[in-house]
Design a protein around this ligand. Sequence first.
Ligand code: CA
Length: 227
Amino acid sequence: MQTPTVLVVEDEPAQREVLAYNLEAEGYSVAQAKNGEEALLLVSEAAPDLIVLDWMLPNVSGIEVCRRLKSRSETRAIPILMLSARSEEVDLVRGLETGADDYMVKPYSVVELLARVRTQLRRSRPSSVGETLEFEDIRLDPETHRVHRGENLLKLGPTEFRLLTTFMEKPGRVWSREQLLDRVWGRDIYVDTRTVDVHVGRLRKALCAHGEDDPVRTVRGAGYALG
Ligand code: CA
């Protein structure tokens, strides 16, 4: 199972540490930012699976960070859990329609915060919290790395497994080769976009090993989609 990454944005060092400590104890990989600028930079370098974002930050406020991330198509889907000091601020966040996915008022219960983080991740990246993914007759278990099509257990390499996980989290969504490189291979490694085609080919072969229909769609000039 892929470890979900959570970005904590909070200028108070003690509060940031407590958040990071508890999220790490829960099994998440945690990145920390002490202000809005740093948060935006970190997100542009590597998109986290979720952001815990404090409202009160020096210079660029949490609301502004949220507004900017939600206005860009590449970062819009990242769930944002906003923290604020007073309930009136939460009302204001709702009123401003910044697009934050959830809100909590300080002081919050850590247990409650972890539950809400998990809820958001289950919605956005179900495989990252161990949820079995299903699409038609294909069933993928992120914890055992087993993939079945109907009754048959499929033989998939690790790259094909990650590729299929990405497809199955958003059936019907068209992924460009660059987006797949980002999601499946990661940004740090240089891989040619043709590599994507090679692995999609291998994935198709594995999915159709028993003569089934090919569920992967090639979208001319755009990329690939499942279904
Ligand atoms: Ca703060």
